[in-house]
Structures are given as C-alpha cells and as structure tokens.
Design a protein around this ligand. Structure first.
Ligand SMILES: [Zn+2]
Length: 59
C-alpha cells in the first residue's frame, strides 16, 4: 500500500492519484495540494522516508 508522504493517507488508486518520481522512487498524493507541499519541502519528506530504514548513527 502506498501512502501520501505529506498527510499519511493511504493511496488505494495510484493510477488516478497525483504522483511524483524522485530519485527513481514514486511518491503518491491524495491531492494536488499535498503534491505541491511535497515538492516545496522535497528534501525534508525524502529524508524522513529514508531515515525509517536507517536508525543507526555512525560517527
Ligand atoms: Zn494528502
């Protein structure tokens, strides 16, 4: 199940949702507003997504 990275809503119909492809990954949004919000803070949302699988800190 894909999720809206901005509001967290589940996207059930990815074919008819707003989508952005960034660094070979697709992001889906419930509305154009969430898509615009994502694009305005792209690094913030992408980093948040990335950190989920990287909980260890290296010094
Ligand atoms: Zn949304």
């Amino acid at each position: 199940m894909d999720r809206d990275s901005v509001c967290g809503m589940e996207i059930k119909d990815t074919a008819n949702s707003e989508a952005v492809v960034y660094k070979n990954k697709s992001y889906y949004f419930c509305s154009l507003l969430c898509k615009i919000t994502f694009l305005q803070s792209l690094e913030k949302y992408v980093r948040k997504d990335y950190s989920d699988g990287h909980k260890h800190h290296h010094h």
